[in-house]
Design a protein around this ligand. Sequence first.
Ligand code: P1T
Length: 403
Amino acid sequence: MTSEHHPQQPQQQHQQQGFATRAIHAGQDPDASTGAVVTPIYQVSTYKQDGIGGLRGGYEYSRSGNPTRNALEECLAALEGGERGFAFASGLAGQDTIVRSLLSPGDHLVIGDDAYGGTYRYVSRVAGPAGLAHSVAPTGDLDAVRAAIQPGRTKLVWVETPSNPLLGVSDIAALAEIAHEADALLVVDNTFATAYLQNPIAHGADVVTHSTTKYSGGHSDVVGGGVVVRRDVAVPSMKDAADRIAFHQNAIGGVAGPFDSWLVLRGLKTLAVRMEKHCDNAEAVVRHLQAHPAVEKVLYPGLPEHRHHDVAARQMRRFGGMVSVLLRGGEDAAVRACGATTVFTLAESLGGIESLIEHPFRMTHASVEGTDLEVPRNLVRLSVGIEDEADLLADLDVALAAG
Ligand code: P1T
């Protein structure tokens, strides 16, 4: 299917509605033929044509378009306030499609010095050998980003805010201005904040990316990615960014399957209530850990002493469910703490209803050891779930006693 046949995303009707209403309804009108209130799982690869090219609703083949995936794509676009949404088989599949769609060999991108290890691995070891250059810069430092941009060659500034795993915060509006002055687009990985807590497009970003594996899905039962492109992309030569991504999504084929799309759609319906509880529990965990003698430092954008708390307060509704902590006892203490919990599960990933604990240096960020993105050895990352607060705090006390 060509991009001209891509089913439309008529989400304009939802633009005035509140977040929870959009999460439950955008792209999810009751099924036209049966009235099914929940978008069905269209577990199908191909569609009958009424004569050659006689497509019903634009559907031809499920890599190109699938009603369940399209419902999710429309919902993602509505939640982020963008023009077009795209759903992928994983966060990284979406990121790969963004990079291939918007850069050509010889082009350059700037990436933050605190990003998910897998994103940096992709940029340095997949995009790099394909002829796409990059520079690493602390995206919380605007002068450093300006200095890293190579005018005429830099096509993207790529920022995670809050970042994984150090919870750094970058000023989206200021970065958008800096990128646009250089005719580059600003891509924001909004996985940690979610569309509920932060809408990068409203602050000037051009493209938003999510690992929907995390809070959007929310139940640790699906791997997926989301990409949303703004309506009026600021750089004239990139005005067709959404069409380029649509073309590459189909041409590369890393799409979200129907059942995975359905799981993420179901997750999104409760995102608003889940995020409030994640934030409540994270705030309680932060307070508790700050008072604990085994803790050297708590990293959380909601803390007034966080380096960019004022920026976070400006661009986020609340500060999220991720908390990172540096332990006084060093790497051994961090490793022991990760092995000692019973409510927090030792596992990679984040954003599910169940609390997770991990050691980024040896786990999620092992692939960036020895690079500019190497993370501290005494760092422990918590994905604070929505269990009862008292149980979480008691579990952390046990973990820190073990450290
Ligand atoms: O795992 P995948 O769905 O491909 O998403 C990659 C990704 C992208 N962006 C951010 C900010 C991420 O945190 C991730 C995945 N992160 C983990 C698996 C993790 O445990 O940090």
